[in-house]
Design a protein around this ligand. Structure first.
Ligand code: SAM
Length: 238
């Protein structure tokens, strides 16, 4: 994924140090994942360019658009897209085998309402998504970066909340979930301080797990480790 590497350089070719929310450890793709890329990238893939997409043209309709950052292997994203054909879904993931796995699953189900970026979600949000165009942004089980000295790598920060607010429509929702309590508290702190949002929780900081969110791979892993799960939903009000 050359774009992620070259993004470390500015327009004059000068190296700039960016704190990223991921470390790329590219495992090999399985034959099936590679075949899915070769055969179906044309249908499911969006080649990143730093220009805002025309979402209606991309999907061929005006349905609401849900964007998910860091879909992992994509099983739960495909499940959601299959269950809600009246919405369009955009998935973003930096891990190539995950993108391959997701394409494979989407093609098997013949989905027509799902498109995928193999790219850094932050750059996609900043450059490829028009302001005020999304109905929902999903961030499920982002890397928790457990150690304190790594907390700066957590994707949820004040700037992140502002970035998401930029791409959401008024009334649109940022939905996050984590199985790491300290990250849930951090997310809450960030969101409470972020302007322009209203917490959807009726009691306390967290919402009950919404039925439309399928169990994800990392969530299952967390459950096996005895972790709890915290869902946060914040609506853009202005
Ligand atoms: C802990 S995994 C969770 C995956 C999935 N949501 C689940 O619940 O099974 C976090 C994922 O986010 C991806 N990720 C982290 N930072 C990202 C970024 N800036 N853009 C796109 N994907 C990112 C990682 O590659 C990883 O697959």
């Amino acid at each position: 994924m050359s774009e992620v590497t070259t993004a470390e350089f500015n327009e004059d070719g000068k190296y700039i140090r960016k704190v990223r929310s991921f470390v790329l450890r590219e495992g090999r793709l399985t034959k099936g994942q590679q075949a899915a890329f070769d055969k179906h990238w044309g249908q499911y893939g969006i080649d990143y360019t730093p220009e805002a997409l025309d979402l209606a043209a991309l999907f061929g309709n005006d349905n609401p658009v849900v964007l998910e950052i860091g879909f992992g292997m994509g099983k739960s994203l495909v499940e959601m897209a299959a269950a809600q054909p009246d919405k369009n879904f955009i998935g973003i993931e930096v891990h190539k085998p995950g993108v391959g796995a997701c394409i494979m699953e989407a093609a098997e189900q013949g989905l027509t309402n799902l498109k995928l970026f193999h790219h850094d979600g932050i750059e996609v949000l900043d450059n490829a998504i028009a302001k005020g165009s999304l109905d929902c942004v999903q961030l499920f089980f982002p890397d928790p970066w457990h150690k304190k000295r790594h907390h700066k790598r957590r994707i949820v920060q004040a700037e992140f909340a502002e970035r998401i607010r930029g791409v959401l429509k008024v009334g649109g929702v940022l939905h996050m979930a984590t199985d790491w309590e300290n990250y849930a508290e951090h997310m809450t702190e960030v969101m409470v301080a972020a302007p322009g949002y209203k917490n959807q929780a009726e009691n306390g900081d967290y919402v009950p797990r919404p039925e439309h969110r399928p169990l994800t791979k990392f969530e299952k892993r967390g459950q096996n480790l005895g972790h709890g799960v915290w869902d946060l939903m914040y609506q853009k009000v202005d």
